[in-house]
Design a protein around this ligand. Structure first.
Ligand code: OSB
Ligand code: MG
Length: 378
């Protein structure tokens, strides 16, 4: 596949309702959609799963766009790609910036599978199946408000409920939910809000038999998590700390977690996601697909990845209507009885809606040459 043109569509999107985590509240964000076009006109789509602020990790939509324009696009444009598995290595001259890399790598996977008339999951090695879905709930104003949200989502049929926690909105909130719903698959996500000093406090969660606690400690830690895991009966799941296959390998070796959340963006693309998936499978560490409040483009990639066999825990891949009044794709992603069907068709299946794109567009930039103001290693 010869990459003839790459277009960056920067759009502004607004969530139906604000989403609060231990690191802040998100309502609107810019998203950079990457469109890769080959010499025969086949197009593939990817998405920067960033927000406008560097609060989840160090990247923002603006940094991702900059890295794409000045480094990643010049490296890939006018290149022949015979296998999307080549792309990760080609982009390794840029340190980190995983979300930027992932946006373009996933677009190439989409284009490549369309070119080969295959749905993406087939290329990834997955198996077509309905995807069981969980719902991630932001921090609410009171335990009562949280319980009413949980009631609604349990009623909708979600297979797992994830509750965001932070100091001051944790034990009492979880206690109340567990009391009302003794049997649901319930978990908590702290987004790095605690430290080892809070070990005794966090141990109180053990009584609520949670499926797991996600990323209780620092975003860049795997050592303290291994100490905490020995103190907790609740399994620890790592999100923010896992950026690479080697991070996963070390975390498993140290016993820092019993479960891993794979986000395609955080680990720099689908190839690295597959490698981490396979490693976890070998070590009997179950995985699930995390969410980054994606539009339908990123969410479709997530769904295809979730068809891999070790994704045994429902992921944060809620349907379009939970995020957007109008998604960026032609056909909304919908859920039936807590399951989502993989979008039909080749590649990711979902088609970007050009009208919706135009309405939300802030800037369109097209690249057809390998020019960069910087030296790009060959
Ligand atoms: O920690 O999983 C997280 C959203 C933004 C940043 C980090 C996280 C999240 C979510 C949302 O939990 C999951 C979703 O897309 O529904
Ligand atoms: Mg998380």
């Amino acid at each position: 596949m010869f990459i003839k043109e790459i277009v960056l569509h920067t759009i502004s999107v607004s969530l139906k309702s604000p989403f609060t985590t231990s690191f802040g509240t998100l309502q609107t964000k810019e998203v950079c959609l990457v469109e890769v076009i080959d010499e025969s006109g086949v197009t593939g789509w990817g998405e920067t799963v960033t927000s406008d602020e560097p609060y989840y990790n160090e990247e923002t939509t603006e940094t991702a766009r900059y890295i794409l324009k000045d480094f990643l696009i010049p490296k890939l444009i006018k290149k022949e790609i015979s296998d999307p598995m080549e792309v990760h290595q080609m982009l390794s001259f840029v340190r980190r910036h995983h979300i930027a890399k992932s946006a373009i790598e996933t677009a190439i996977w989409d284009a490549f599978s369309k070119k080969n008339n295959k749905p993406l999951y087939e290329l990834l090695g997955g198996e077509k199946k309905p995807i069981a879905v969980g719902k991630s709930i932001g921090i609410q104003n009171s335990p009562e408000e949280l319980v009413s949200k949980v009631a609604q989502y349990v009623n909708d049929g979600f297979h797992k409920i994830k509750v965001k926690i932070a100091p001051g909105a944790d034990i009492d909130y979880i206690r109340k939910v567990r009391k009302e719903f003794p049997d649901i698959n319930l978990m908590a996500d702290a987004n790095s809000a605690y430290s080892l000093k809070d070990t005794e406090h966090l141990k109180q969660l053990d009584q609520f038999h949670l499926l797991m606690i996600e990323q209780p400690l620092a975003h860049d830690d795997i050592i303290d998590h291994s100490i905490l895991q020995k103190e907790l009966s609740t399994p620890i799941c790592l999100d923010e700390s896992i950026h690479t296959y080697d991070d996963a390998r070390k975390a498993i070796e140290l016993g820092s977690c019993k479960i891993i959340n794979i986000k395609i963006g955080r680990v720099g693309g689908l190839q690295e996601s597959i490698r981490i998936h396979d490693l976890c499978k070998k070590h009997k560490i179950p995985v699930w697909c995390g969410g980054m409040l994606e539009t339908g483009v990123g969410r479709s990639h997530n769904l295809h990845m979730t068809t891999l066999s070790n994704f045994t825990i429902p992921g944060d891949t809620a349907p379009s209507s939970h995020y957007w009044d109008e998604d960026i794709i032609e056909e909304d992603i919908v859920m039936e009885k807590g399951y989502i069907r993989i979008p039909k068709g080749n590649g990711i299946g979902s088609e970007v809606c050009r009208t919706s794109l135009q309405e939300k567009l802030i800037q369109r930039e097209s690249f057809q040459s390998a020019y960069s103001a910087h030296p790009i290693p060959v």
